[in-house]
Structures are given as C-alpha cells and as structure tokens.
Design a protein around this ligand. Structure first.
Ligand SMILES: [Zn+2]
Ligand SMILES: [Zn+2]
Length: 151
C-alpha cells in the first residue's frame, strides 16, 4: 500500500505541475516575468536564452523536497521526484521536440505530438506580452487537438 501511496503522490505532483506551468506561463511569465520570458518569444541568439532560468527556478522546490524527504523516503521525496519528472518531460517535449534545440523526431506521425507542437507554435505566433494564447503544455485541449492533430 505504501508503494501505491508514493506513486500516487508522484503522479499527482506531475499532473499538478502542468497546472502550475500553465498558471506561471500565463500570469507570471507573460506578466512581470516577461523580462526573462521575452527571450523565448524572440529568435534565439546563442545556445541559451534568459528564459532558461525558469528551469532553475522550478528546480528549487523539487530539489528541496527531494532532499527534505530523502532521509525517511516520505511523501516529500516523491513529490519532488514528480516535479523533477515533469521538468524532464517539459524539457524533452518543449525544448527538444517542439523547438528542435536538438534535432529529434522532426517528422513525427503521432497525432498527439503533432497537436502538441502546433498548439505551442500557436502560442509563439504572438511575440508580445499580451494577447498570447495556449499557455498549457503537455496536455492539449480538445479544441486544439481537433484542429491540429491531423495536418
Ligand atoms: Zn510564452
Ligand atoms: Zn516555446
């Protein structure tokens, strides 16, 4: 039972992070945090952009929870692990797959992946702080899935 509980915490935090990422993207990164996020809506000049700092910011609670929970392997450890796995998935899908910072899966036929990529490109079709849409990431809303999964 304990293992099931840990796994539930891990998955729970993983999915919670999509909500946190959506909220942060919409209200902070496109709000006062635009100073860093702006770099992600402009052509990148080198290998890195200021927006990458958000990855480190999100890693802080994750590392803190993993360290705090590691002695007793309690829920905090698995919560931190869930956040870390979300970060890894976000990096692989957002930075590698969608933005092709590493050339990989460029011509995928998987409808869900195509919908995810096109939905995020819709977010990037706006280069300003205001008026952007589609702030979520790993979960594609049904309306976007219907629009983008086929072509
Ligand atoms: Zn944005
Ligand atoms: Zn992006």
């Amino acid at each position: 039972m304990e293992l099931l509980g840990h796994f539930t915490v891990l998955l729970g935090f993983f999915f919670l992070m999509e909500g946190v990422a959506w909220f942060t993207h919409k209200y902070i990164m496109h709000g006062f945090g635009w100073i860093l996020h702006k770099s992600h809506h402009e052509p990148r000049k080198g290998a890195f952009e200021l927006n990458d700092l958000y990855g480190f910011i999100f890693a802080i609670p994750s590392v803190w929870l993993i360290v705090a929970g590691s002695a007793e392997m309690d829920w905090r450890f698995f919560a931190g692990l869930g956040i870390a796995l979300y970060g890894l998935a976000y990096f692989l899908v957002h930075d590698v797959f969608v933005h092709q910072r590493v050339k990989w899966l460029k011509r995928t036929q998987v409808p869900y992946f195509r919908a995810m990529r096109k939905t995020h490109h819709l977010h990037h079709s706006v280069h300003t702080k205001e008026h952007a849409q589609a702030f979520g990431f790993l979960f594609v809303l049904p309306k976007f899935y219907r629009r983008y999964s086929r072509g």
